[in-house]
Design a protein around this ligand. Structure first.
Ligand code: RFL
Ligand code: PHB
Length: 391
């Protein structure tokens, strides 16, 4: 098999890239190791930055998002049993975010790709990228019981944190930057209308909690739990009791309970792989960087990477200049590090480490008080949350 761009992975990065290339008249083939059902139902992100919303619309993939997505103009910070609302449009000159689940973004992009785009092969597992530093890189993959080779002009590794593409970058050229956190998130999906109309980020001495949503009738909630926690260690009742404690306010706010339909634990890490390009192999999304989910940045970063690649390749096709392709890694990494910084700040602002001292507890509350009391600090949070612009 032969194509212009071989894309490994059909998460949001790979699927959107295939769509952007299709719109630019550039051929691609997507290889995805899992089946369609799995990819369409993997519970993950929920928040799309304004820039991501604009990109999906411009790519012709925004119709259902515009009908069913929920525009959010703010979030609530909760600490010391008090509530503080951060008003995004007022602080950022009109920006907001959209609650529209990653599962739905993927469903929309898969439907478009199968109807209009190039090949998208499910249960096609990439085994290795070869010849990344040559003029004709290849992806070896297994499909329908046999091994095959995809010959390409470019390969984009959109295969997530556990993917294989990255391994083709020589170790001596690679630098990895990492921060692990001694806690994870226990996430649940529940059949109950969200108890608040905006997301609530709560700092509590017992740990962080987040109230989010998937629709007007489905809530998504998270609890900070110790690293290594098994979701099955928590009964449904224990989860609701703990959420209630962490969200408690002095003004009698109530958390409504419902049937829990899913629960799982996500570890938390900050992680960056540099460079994001080697020869004709480009890395995009979680294959190149991970942020802790507190800043809601992972999916949005993946979108930024593939927009940058699609623009650079289009420019090369139109002008013959590889200037933008050559700048890919640097261009992406500037934005990636801003998102790493923001996600780290949000994480350390709101989570309680197991060895936190009373001094650190007071500092966290002082940082939150500063955001609630100083427009400059609040603006910084609102700008970070609604997103850093694409260059
Ligand atoms: P993905 O989504 O992991 O997709 C990678 C795809 O590659 C496939 N694959 C392979 N295919 C072929 N051959 C191989 N050898 C392969 N190896 C892997 C995989 O099956 C998969 O389909 O990466 P991508 O596209 O870079 O997208 C990244 C996002 O999924 C991720 O950053 C976000 O989900 C992070 N995230 C959030 N991001 C946000 O922007 N806003 C949020 O609100 C948000 N909340 C979250 C999150 C992630 C979470 N978890 C579970 C980590 C909340 C949570 C709990
Ligand atoms: C989600 O809805 O899954 C979600 C929202 C905001 C975050 C992380 C996850 O910061």
């Amino acid at each position: 098999m032969r194509t212009t761009v071989g894309i490994i992975g059909a998460g949001p990065a790979g699927l959107l890239l295939a769509r952007l290339l299709h719109n630019a008249g550039i051929e691609s083939v997507v290889l995805e190791s899992r089946d369609r059902e799995y990819v369409e139902h993997r519970q993950r992100a929920g928040i799309l930055e304004q820039g991501t919303v604009d990109v999906l619309r411009a790519a012709g993939a925004g119709a259902r998002m515009d009908r069913e997505g929920l525009r959010h103009d703010g979030i609530e910070l909760r600490f010391d049993r008090k509530r503080h609302r951060v008003d995004f449009p007022a602080l950022t000159g009109g920006r907001s975010v959209m609650v529209y689940a990653q599962t739905e973004v993927c469903k929309d992009l898969i439907a478009l790709q199968l109807a209009e785009g190039g090949p998208l092969l499910f249960e096609a597992e990439a085994l290795a990228v070869e010849g990344a530093d040559s003029g004709s890189p290849r992806v070896r993959f297994r499909y329908q019981g046999r091994e095959d080779v995809l010959e390409c002009d470019y390969v984009v590794g959109c295969d997530g944190f556990w993917g294989v593409a990255r391994a083709a970058v020589p170790a001596e050229l690679t630098r990895v930057f990492e921060r692990a956190y001694p806690f994870g998130w226990l996430g649940i999906l529940a059949d109950v209308p969200p108890s608040h109309d905006e997301l609530v980020y709560a700092r509590h001495d017992r740990g962080f909690a987040l109230l989010s949503m998937r629709s007007p009738s489905v809530s998504r909630l998270y609890l900070q739990v110790p690293e290594g926690t098994d979701a099955e260690d928590w009964s449904d009742e224990e989860i609701w009791d703990e959420l209630e404690r962490r969200f408690e306010t002095t003004d009698g706010w109530r958390l409504d309970r419902g049937t829990i339909t899913q629960k799982s634990v996500t570890p938390m890490r900050s992680w960056v792989h540099e460079p994001m390009r080697y020869g004709r192999l480009f890395l995009a999304g979680d294959a190149a960087h991970i942020v802790p989910p507190t800043g809601a940045k992972g999916l949005n970063l993946a979108v930024g990477d593939v927009v940058t690649f699609a623009r650079a390749l289009t420019y090369e096709k139109e002008t013959g200049s590889a200037e933008l392709l050559d700048a890919y890694s640097e261009t992406c990494l500037r934005r990636v590090w801003q998102a790493e910084r923001f996600s780290y700040d949000m994480t350390t602002l709101l989570h309680r480490t197991p060895d936190a001292t009373p001094f650190e507890d007071r500092l966290q509350v002082a940082r939150l008080d500063r955001i609630a009391g100083a427009r400059s600090a609040e603006t910084d949070l609102a700008e970070g949350y609604t997103g850093f612009p694409l260059e």
